[in-house]
Design a binder for this molecule. Sequence first.
Ligand code: ADP
Ligand code: MG
Length: 446
Amino acid sequence: MLTLNLETAWAEFLDFVKLKQSIVEYTNWLQPIRILKSTEKGLVLGVPNIFVQEYLLENYAKEMANFFPPSNDGSLPLFFVIEEAEETVAVVEEEAPSPTLDKEPVFDLKLNRNYTFEDFIEGPSNQFVKSAAIGVAMRPGKTYNPLFIHGGVGLGKTHLLHSIGHFIHQNNKKLKIQCITTEAFINDLVEHLKSKSIDQMKRFYRTLDVLLVDDIQFLQGRQNFEEEFSQTFEALINQGKQIVITSDKPPSQLRLSERLTARMEWGLVANIGVPDLETRVAIVQHKAEKKGLNIPNPIAFFIAEHIFSNVRQLEGAINRLGAYCRMCGMDVTQELVEKTLSEMLQFVPKKRITVESILKSVASMFNVRVNDLKSTSRTKEIAFPRQVAMYLAKELINDSLVKLASNFGGKTHSTLLHSWTKIKKQMENDEKLRRQIIMTKQNLEI
Ligand code: ADP
Ligand code: MG
């Protein structure tokens, strides 16, 4: 009785999700889930990969708890099993038979082995595009086609493109995948034109199941090549073959023919943005871990705070740090980071900072009023943030101590100096204070 109820609940849950979700989303994420077993303890659900399970738990935890009442310890009566790749292969093959030629040229699938979905750290700036990429990889040609990924330099476009390639290849060895940079495509064309074997190349491209093209912006201003690319593109799309394109700009901003631009906008255009601080910290930690490098949390934070516009640079910093530590047999310390990475660290151009702006920023960080900081109150709740403000004033404003001190309710310059020394010392051992001060500074400088 109970097990039957669970199956009904699952069906009802699916009906509920169907109403909330777009068809594509539903088919991508929910449809592949199968009930493998229904036991007294709960439902055993088969998922094609870990991403489907994560998607479900991240997006529907609350709703699932309504359909499947949690036990006393809060766990749901749902268990996930990742089904073997073979099963997925069977499904994909059934849906998308791939024309295989008898004597097709043997070609390398040139993918960077570090560029996998597992190694791609997710955050608000790239969640959407990662999920679209996984969707495409799970059902090539059946969801977003083409998938167009755009964003600035070093933000993970190539990483995602290769992840799609790996994923499809792992799940279905028979699918013909070509992952190529636009430059390599052009070079290939030139070579084949020279050796008068262009037909062979055309044939090769048109029998692909998946075409992954990196950096399409390099097609701009190359009209002959653009024409050739457009034809390949259309031939593949018309056969329902998957195309994924990356670019530094969205299609509408590329100087390409209207026709090709429109084609590229057919599927899904997804932006990949600059990761926020938290995601950057996670990236630093992940990359360091993979290199066997131990970076203490506050230092990972420091690096992520000061290298913020480009993940490639962040990775470069870890590599450099790793090499240095190995060479000198040293641990990662704040000092070492500042020394080895000095020219990589970015500092936001400073706005003109005034005592007034410091007071405001400190007041909001410590939850007190600006007027209290200016007052003569000696209660700890006020006196401490006031000392922090004095510390920051001396650190950030190039003015005489006497003048600075006069802004703090007529304090003397020696009081200011005393506060500065005290806070500076305390920061060495008080991680919370150090962070509070970094954040206050950041608020001032933005
Ligand atoms: P793009 O192609 O956008 O210029 P890449 O894909 O080459 O950028 O990424 C640059 C480097 O940063 C790569 O080594 C990649 O692994 C890494 N990277 C970028 N974004 C992420 C992320 N979200 N998680 C992990 N590594 C990332
Ligand atoms: Mg790239």
